[in-house]
Design a protein. Sequence first.
Lengths: 419, 122
Amino acid sequence: MLTVEQNEELTSVGPGTPMGELLRCYWYPIAFEEDFDSVPTKTVRLLGENWTLFKTPKGGKYGIVAEHCPHRRASLTYGVVHEDGIRCGYHGWKFDFDGHCVEQPAESDNQNFRDRVQQKAGKAQTMAGMVWVYVGPSPAPELPRFDVFVMDGVKDCGYTTLPCNWLQIMENSVDPHHVEWLHGHYFEFLGQTHGFDAPKAFQKKHMKTGFEEMEWGILKRRVLEGGTEENDDWKIGHPLVFPYFMRVGGAGINQMQIRVPVDNTTTWTLFFSTHSPKGAEPPKQERPTFYEYLWKDDQGRFITDYVEGQDTMAWVSQGAIIDRSQEHLGRSDAGVAMLRKMFKENMKKVAEGEDPIGTIREPHDRIDLPCEKDKFGAEREFANAWITGGSMRYSPIKQELLDLHENAWAARESAGTSA
Amino acid sequence: MTCTRTRGLLAKARGRVPDRSGQPVADTPMSPGDRKADLAALPPDPHRLPPKGSWFGPDAERHLLDRPKFCPMCAADVELGGGISTEYWAADLRVFMTWCGDCGWFGEITRFDIVTITEEEH
């Protein structure tokens, strides 16, 4: 339980708010490279502001500026893209990649005016088939090259836009007990009601959970019924990567769950997976496979017969923004309280001019995150359940993924290395 | 959204203490007089309560009253320094996971009525 004001502070992402200023210290994926195959610009919304993301025709360089031209507010998304910037289609004002106004065709005799106009601008880069942007204070930190995005393997990503605040999705990431209920017993109930076999791997009872602050966020551990602290689920665990990722994995699937705060009541969610089971020879991919997953049926009801659909039901049905002044947390929600503390702690750091947790300023090739490999002690079953009972069931390459894992399993079996 | 205006002596003198039909749930039974005095301790603006009539409004009201105001380590105002206190319940206990924005103290502060201990086997 929090006060009304604390809830507002933690969930407001716009410019000038404490949370908004903290969140502007990080890079976000905001579009796909393939979005620019046929058009050079795209309007994107991030942290409560509209932006024009553009790609230069020859060099293929990406840039991002605030969407509305500072002249008379027309959309720069309908502008002219040059190799050195973007020009408004309305009166031809031109802006470079840093937002400096470099040309005002109708004001050519008035150089001083041009120098006084500065469009808001950020930085843009590509990684793993996505366009990532930074719209915070200079100097921009390095784009963190987390393992899932740069490792070898087959890359697959389901995405959708949800009508709720991003924080309630992040709080789900430090709530391990929901797995046993939402994806375990509730799934089982649905299976019995609708006549399908729900995966059993998620039903194991949590005997112990742990939360530990670490370099990148909060490391979450659990001991499941029948397991011990020697199992990967406890010994290694997996992290919430501050402020908007969760790294999960197991059974040869490495996944980054991404929750982009579009505005206070909208979140772009992505489940980005790299499949690299031992014993498999992953086929070459030109680009990751991106696809939209469904979460509502024709009648407007939540689709709850798969894992991410169940999560979506929980997140969205909590309301556009959870009223945390009327929640009733229990001891099992200690991770949620810890996450809120981490947000407050880092808001304070930013307000005092310091870098928040997870800021990386050194160039690097890859950041390996801790993540269990033996998931719930049920590898083969788990990989199958994850692909068929998760958002990957909507993937256009679902069968290829199933074959990849099955062939890898068979190869390990024949080599005697399946354990 | 209902705003909770000043509830101090001045407000009472002016007859501006709001009528609260939804009774806050006190940790211990309280006399109406005690409760009134307790409510007078509610902090002034900008603290707001959930909309009037909210089912769990009384719990939110108790949270405003009972959450730790000062750090047990450095005695600074917990929230003024950017800190936070999240309340959770465990059996009869009300636990406040508290981070002091001033000194960085991080721990739990618990309200209880009865101290319960478990005897080790002997």
